[in-house]
Design a protein around this ligand. Structure first.
Ligand code: NAP
Length: 281
């Protein structure tokens, strides 16, 4: 049976590291690292995510500034808030919880965030820096967390065959670029990929971000592979990954569970991005 990668444990050590850096920042600058968290509308899942992020900030001595806007907020109001936060010296990171209400142009809002304060790493400037292999940009939280999880196994990424299933802007594309920048040989699969099983069976590192419960089964996994399950599929009251964990764990060398794998890393890396941003200003 493969080794289960404990995302909670890795996330706890990242948060410890972040807290130490936040304390250092406070002693040098005489103020706390600050993260502005903007939520618009009453999506219940967003409310939980935002609450968890604010709680995590407190634990890491990061000051959070919370902006809870109504679902009928207008585009101009959101944009004015972003511009104000860009100028605010107490704010090192800005996070806009997605999704925004349907009438809001999400891209237009995100693109107004000062790239140096882009805690989520979704800004085109930061995505471009990742693409160019420039290390001074902010990397999206989930992909950055995935690299930490892979590194926690002690296995090298360099020279490995890595297969990513999914090509979204928030997970698939950035993790493919990060793996490539770490000298893996990367294949990206998507809904039009033919013979996906043949491809996944060649993967030393398999990252699955499809959004379909138990999409990857044991017969799709190479023996000894590192399997990272990004999926978070809510189904009949339960939370399921994109990988059939019970089957795949007997074939994989290392595997992340859901919950308790990639999920906890996403918040930890948001805090890491915020503290990094504060020092880079
Ligand atoms: P997304 O934007 O819906 O992208 C899904 C990707 O899967 C697309 O690229 C799609 O291909 C591909 N796909 C769909 N059906 C496929 C098939 N039959 N074969 C191969 N590829 C297929 O999803 P996302 O935002 O990347 O999220 C993916 C999952 O990760 C979701 O469950 C989400 O909840 C979860 N997630 C978790 C975290 C975390 O913190 N743990 C963070 C972000 C996301 P096309 O491009 O061709 O349509």
């Amino acid at each position: 049976m493969g080794i289960v990668i404990d995302g909670k444990k890795v996330a706890a050590s990242v948060k410890e590291r972040v807290r130490a850096r936040a304390v250092e920042f406070e002693s040098i600058r005489g103020r706390k690292v600050g993260l502005a968290v903007i939520k618009a509308g009453d999506d219940p899942a967003s409310a939980i995510y935002v609450r968890n992020k604010i709680k995590a900030c407190e634990a890491c001595r990061i000051e959070s500034f919370s902006f809870d806007l109504p679902s009928d907020v207008v585009q101009a109001e959101l944009e004015t808030l972003i511009l104000k936060l860009n100028r605010d010296n107490k704010v090192d990171g800005i996070l806009v919880q997605l999704p925004l209400p349907k009438h809001i142009n999400e891209r237009a809002v995100l693109s107004l965030i000062d790239p140096k304060k882009d805690a989520d790493g979704f800004h085109a400037v930061n995505a471009g820096k990742l693409f160019l292999g420039e290390s001074d940009g902010t990397v999206a939280c989930t992909p950055r967390g995935i690299i930490e999880l892979i590194e926690s196994t002690g296995e090298k990424i360099c020279g490995k065959n890595a297969v990513v299933i999914g090509r979204s802007n928030i997970v698939g594309k950035p993790i493919a670029m990060l793996l490539l920048n770490n000298n893996a040989t990367v294949t990206v699969c998507h809904s039009k990929t033919v013979n996906i099983k043949e491809i996944t069976r060649s993967a030393d590192i398999l990252v699955v971000a499809v959004g379909k419960k138990h999409f990857v089964t044991a017969d799709m996994v190479k023996r000894g592979a590192i399997v990272i399950d990004v999926g978070m599929n809510r189904y009949e009251g339960g939370l399921y990954g994109d990988v059939d964990f019970d089957g795949a764990k007997d074939v994989a060398g290392y595997i992340t569970p859901v919950p308790g794998g990639v999920g906890p890393m996403t918040i930890a890396m948001l805090l890491q991005n915020t503290v990094d941003g504060a020092f880079h200003e």
